[in-house]
Design a protein around this ligand. Structure first.
Ligand code: UDP
Ligand code: MG
Length: 316
């Protein structure tokens, strides 16, 4: 059984020319090591997905493939974002391997943690999550916002694994499960736990980016954070309904109060309270419509069933 386990590494890359040589070197060493130990078969591969990069990323990937056929390259027709690029990689290889490990290109994910992932997979786990041991390398702000975000997600009823990003092992059957999820608005961290099967965690220390800049500027990060909530939870809309009830209740109380004042003869000009409440209610209504609009927008995009990625080339 040992020999037959074919493992693929899948790495989404967007403008990663500065790190590619290093990750290729380390991954091929890892593959050699695992093969020698008979942990994985000779058919194991390393698959880089070029997510529409504008630099030399694709040329570098092609040159790896030229020299060593264990390297493969998938070129997307344009930039589709990390989650779609990762999905493109996973779906392209799922019928050729027994398991996939996905990781970022920038070497923040400790490659050596994959040894333990493989062990746990062989013990019968279909999903093995890479979980960050500590957040020592992060600044205080990043640490706090991450914690607040996980709290918010769980409050919204979204099940995610704490401090796990997209470094994980998925077995063939977990990949088949993932293929059943057809959503266009993709937040893999929220979808993977829905697949089920036996799961396990491996703790690792997440390092700093080896070279180059983060491909997730604040704007993209906030968009991704909102994607996590809005594609997996409808609690924000329920909260609006609850707020509506609450405000309606308050207005009934206010109405009775004003009626009593009126009949007891105290006529108050009341300009301030009216002006304030007009603004408050107006603002709340706009916010509520905005949130509902976000969901309608999502439904609009989902009903179009546009492809999540288009593959231009597959070097294999
Ligand atoms: N990435 C991608 N498409 C994008 C943005 C990022 O494929 O549009 C890849 C990127 O090359 C890297 C991974 O997603 O392999 C994570 O990005 P990054 O390390 O820049 O994010 P951070 O670690 O700063 O959150
Ligand atoms: Mg990174």
């Amino acid at each position: 059984m040992e020999k037959t386990c074919t493992l693929y590494f899948v790495i989404p890359c967007y403008n990663e020319e500065e790190v590619l040589f290093e990750i290729a070197k380390r991954l091929s060493a890892k593959l050699d090591f695992l093969c020698k130990q008979n942990k994985i078969s000779e058919n194991s591969r390393i698959v880089f997905v070029d997510d529409g990069s504008h630099d030399r990323t694709w040329d570098i990937i092609s040159s790896f493939h030229e020299k060593d056929k264990r390297f493969r390259g998938i070129k997307l027709s344009r930039n589709r974002g990390h989650q779609n690029a990762l999905l493109a990689g996973l779906m392209s290889v799922k019928d050729e391997c027994d398991a996939v490990i996905s990781m970022d290109a920038d070497l923040q994910d400790d490659i050596d943690a994959s040894d333990e992932m493989i062990e746990l997979w062989k013990k019968g786990n279909d999903i093995v999550y890479g979980v960050r041991g500590s957040r020592k390398k992060d600044g205080a702000l990043k640490r706090m916002s991450a914690r607040a975000y996980y709290r918010l997600l769980s409050f919204m009823g979204v099940e995610v694994v704490y401090d796990h990003a997209d470094y994980r092992l998925l077995s063939k059957r977990a990949l088949d499960g993932l293929a059943e999820f057809k959503e266009v608005n993709l937040f893999l961290r929220g979808i993977v736990p829905m697949i089920g099967y036996n799961t396990a965690k491996v703790t690792y220390e997440r390092g700093e980016r080896f070279a180059g800049k983060s491909k997730y500027p604040l704007k993209k990060m906030l968009k991704f954070a909102w994607e996590g909530i809005s594609s997996l939870s409808i609690r924000p809309i329920r909260m609006i309904t609850a707020l509506g009830f609450l405000i309606f209740g308050v207005s009934i109380i206010m109405l009775s109060y004003f009626l009593i004042r009126h009949f007891s003869g105290a006529t108050v000009p009341g300009w301030t309270s009216i002006a304030v409440s007009v603004w408050a209610i107006g603002g709340l209504q706009l916010l509520a419509i905005g949130i509902i609009g976000e969901y309608i927008g999502k439904m609009y995009l989902e009903t179009k069933r546009r492809p999540r990625y288009i593959i231009e080339k597959y070097l294999k």
